[in-house]
Design a protein around this ligand. Structure first.
Ligand SMILES: Nc1nc2c(c(=O)[nH]1)N[C@H]1C(S)=C(S)[C@@H](COP(=O)(O)O)O[C@H]1N2
Ligand SMILES: [Mo]
Length: 248
């Protein structure tokens, strides 16, 4: 098992150059035995420590570290296929009246909602005021028509491994988007483009990258990290034993 840990994206390296690899940093801190720290809570503690070190650094030198100044790249697979605007597809199916497959052009034609809120990862890092823009998930659910037995939504990704879940009530919130844009740019591959989920009030692990499937189910099926110990109801500040300020 490989606990949630950021990596260097395989492409789109940060503009100021490649950050020091995580393994190098851990080695420097004498924490090279990360491999034995497999419990998510231990891992979160470690990452929170690294995050705090960056938050308190007055020199700005932690900008060189993998956790410096913003988002960290996460993928549970070593490579992820690229989908262009032409070959991307999003399937909405399961307990619905009209299963539908959307192209990126289809999604772009629908009304777009822009939200600007903090992003909070369960490992401790937080990025203030980040714009996300896309189609409300509730709009897509209304379009396909949820059957009366539908209680939850399962999300799948074209990395072939990551999954997520929401209850139907959570999925219908107005601050849950099928996001096409982030930071006022089309979503790049490393941030889960061309389309990712954005669940504003929950820890960022809910915001599945490289979204390819939305399936209405009769009950919640815990997602990738939830099968590995994370809370299924992932409200920021009210789950995972954390007390972060809410994001939504
Ligand atoms: N498909 C997929 N989505 C994912 C993840 C992942 O590994 N694979 N990691 C999650 C976690 S734990 C976080 S913090 C965010 C990171 O998003 P970023 O890589 O854009 O910073 O993506 C979430 N969505
Ligand atoms: Mo995360």
């Amino acid at each position: 098992m490989n606990p949630e840990q950021p990596a260097d994206p395989p492409d789109e390296p940060p503009a100021q150059g490649k950050p020091i690899g995580r393994r190098v940093l851990l080695g420097t801190l004498g924490l090279g035995a990360l491999g034995v720290l497999t419990a998510p809570t231990l891992q979160r503690g470690l990452e929170a420590f690294l995050g705090n070190a960056a938050d308190k650094d007055p020199t700005g030198l932690t900008g060189l570290l993998p956790n410096g100044g913003g988002f960290r790249y996460y993928s549970v697979t070593s490579s992820v296929p690229h989908k262009s605007a032409e070959d991307y597809r999003l399937t909405v199916d399961g307990l619905v009246h009209r299963p539908t497959t959307y192209t990126l052009a289809d999604l772009r034609k629908l009304p777009q909602t822009r939200l600007v809120k903090d992003v909070q990862c369960v490992t401790g890092w937080r990025v203030p005021g980040t714009p996300f823009e896309g189609v409300r998930l509730s709009r897509l659910l209304d379009a396909v028509g949820v059957r009366p037995q539908g209680r939850a939504v399962r999300f799948t990704c074209f990395d072939g491994a990551y999954t997520e879940s929401l209850t139907l009530d959570q999925a219908r919130r107005s601050d849950v988007l099928v996001a096409l844009r982030m930071q006022d740019k089309d979503l790049g591959h490393s941030h889960g483009g061309p389309v990712r989920l954005y669940v504003a009030p929950m820890y960022f692990y809910k915001s599945a990258k490289w979204l390819s499937g939305i399936t209405v189910t009769d009950e919640v099926r815990p997602g990738y990290w939830e099968e590995r110990g994370y809370d299924v109801d992932a409200w920021v500040g009210r789950s995972n034993g954390r007390d972060d300020a809410p994001t939504s």
